[in-house]
Design a protein around this ligand. Structure first.
Ligand code: TYM
Length: 334
C-alpha cells in the first residue's frame, strides 16, 4: 500500500523553505498515492515553544497553509497530532526500543539544545522517537520531507527494523524518505550558510506564506548577496552561498533551470535578477497567503476539516495499535 505521511510543527509562520521543501511536493504526490495523511505536529511544537498562548492559532494557520497550497481535504486527511492520542502511546513504546546511542547521534538535538544541554527537556531529546511513531503508527510507506529531516527518517527506519527483528514480525514497513526537487534545503536570505528557519530572529531571513507582495519585494531586495555579478554557469555559483541560494529559489519557484537562469543573467548585477525573482514569488506565494487569510476567517470550517482528518487518522491508528500491542504481548482490552 502506497501511503504518504508528513507533518509540520506549528511554531510560527510557514515559510518558503517549508513550502518548497515539503508542502509543494505533497500537493503533487497526493494524487499518486492511495492514502495521504498530513499532520500538524503540535505535540512536537511543545519541545521548543516558550509559551503556548498561540499554539491553537498556529495549528489552524498550518492547516490553512496546507489547504491554500493545494492539499485537498477530500483526497488527504489533514489533522492535528494531539487529536490522535495513539501517537504518544506508540512514541512511548518505541522509546523502549531506541538505544540511547542512536539518539545521541541526532544532530538536531545538539543544535537545538546548544550549550545548555543539561537544561534541555526530555521531549527535545526524545523528539525523533515521537517522529518515528508519527510515521509507523500509520504504516506509512513514503515520507516527503526537506533535507534537514534525513537523519530523523533514518532513525525511523532503524526503529522499524529493530522492532520487526525483536518480535520476528514484518509489522512495520520500512518508510522511504522522499527528499526531492530543486529546493530540499532553502537557506536564510541573510546568511547563505544557514537554513531558512522559523526560529531565526530576523524576519528578513525568510519569506512567509502570508507575506504581502510589498513585504516579499522588500525582503528580496534586502537579501544578502556578494559583490560579483551573476555567473554564466551554475559552476560559477560555487563558494557563493547567497547567490546560489537565490538562484535555487528562483529555479524552484519559476520552474526555469538554474543553468538557464545563469545564462540569462550572466554578467548582470543582482538588481534585475531580484526584481524578477520577487515577481515570481509574488505570483506563486501571494495567492496562497490570500487564501490562507480567507480560510482563517472561517475557523469553524477549518475545524471541521481537522475533525474529519482526525477521524480518518484515529480509525487507522486504532487498528494498527491493536496489532502493535498484540505483537508486543500486552494484554488486550476486552
Ligand atoms: P519542520 O516543522 O521543521 O519543517 C516542516 C517541513 O519543512 C521542511 N523544511 C525545509 N525544507 C527546505 N528548506 C528549509 N529551509 C526547510 N525548513 C523546513 C522540513 O524538512 C519538513 O519536511 N520533525 C519535523 C516534523 C515532523 C515530521 C513527522 C515530518 C514530525 N513528525 C513525521 C515527517 C513525518 C519538523 O520539525 O519539521
Amino acid at each position: 500500500m502506497h501511503r504518504i505521511l508528513s507533518g509540520i510543527r506549528p511554531t510560527g509562520d510557514i515559510h518558503l523553505g517549508n513550502y518548497l521543501g515539503a508542502v509543494r511536493n505533497w500537493v503533487e504526490m497526493q494524487h499518486l498515492s492511495q492514502q495521504n495523511l498530513f499532520c500538524i505536529v503540535d505535540l512536537h511544537a511543545l519541545t521548543t515553544l516558550q509559551d503556548t498562548d498561540n499554539l491553537a492559532d498556529h495549528t489552524r494557520t498550518v492547516a490553512a497553509a496546507y489547504i491554500a497550497s493545494g492539499i485537498d481535504p477530500n483526497k488527504s486527511a489533514i489533522f492535528a497530532q494531539s487529536h490522535v492520542p495513539y501517537h504518544a502511546e506508540l512514541g512511548w513504546i518505541l522509546g523502549c526500543f531506541a538505544p540511547l546511542g542512536w539518539l545521541n547521534r541526532m544532530t538536531q538535538f545538539k543544535e537545538k539544545a546548544g550549550k545548555h544541554k543539561e537544561l534541555a527537556c526530555l521531549g527535545l531529546y526524545a523528539y525523533p522517537v515521537l517522529m518515528a511513531a508519527d510515521i509507523l503508527l500509520y504504516k506509512a510507506s513514503h515520507v516527503p520531507v526537506g533535507e534537514d529531516q534525513k537523519q530523523h527518517l533514518e532513525l525511523a527506519r532503524d526503529l522499524a527494523g529493530a522492532f520487526n527483528h525483536r518480535f520476528n514480525s514484518d509489522l512495520f514497513p520500512v518508510p522511504e524518505p522522499i527528499i526531492q526537487g530543486p529546493a530540499t534545503r532553502v537557506m536564510s536570505l541573510r546568511d547563505g550558510t544557514s537554513k531558512m528557519s522559523k526560529s531565526d530572529i530576523s524576519e528578513y531571513s525568510r519569506i512567509n506564506l502570508m507575506d504581502t507582495p510589498d513585504m516579499i519585494v522588500q525582503k528580496i531586495r534586502k537579501a544578502k548577496t556578494d559583490m560579483e555579478p551573476l555567473p554564466e554557469t551554475v559552476e560559477g555559483l560555487e563558494n557563493r552561498p547567497e547567490a546560489q541560494n537565490l538562484v535555487n529559489i528562483f529555479a524552484a519557484i519559476s520552474g526555469i533551470s538554474a543553468a538557464d537562469i545563469c545564462a540569462r543573467f550572466a554578467g548582470s548585477n543582482f538588481a534585475p535578477f531580484k526584481q524578477e525573482l520577487a515577481d515570481h514569488l509574488i505570483e506563486k506565494i501571494a495567492p496562497v497567503g490570500t487564501q490562507m487569510r480567507h480560510l482563517l476567517k472561517e475557523t469553524s470550517e477549518l475545524d471541521k476539516v481537522l475533525a474529519a482528518g482526525a477521524d480518518v487518522a484515529n480509525k487507522l491508528a486504532a487498528t494498527h495499535m491493536v496489532e502493535i500491542r498484540s505483537v508486543i504481548g500486552l494484554l488486550q482490552e476486552r
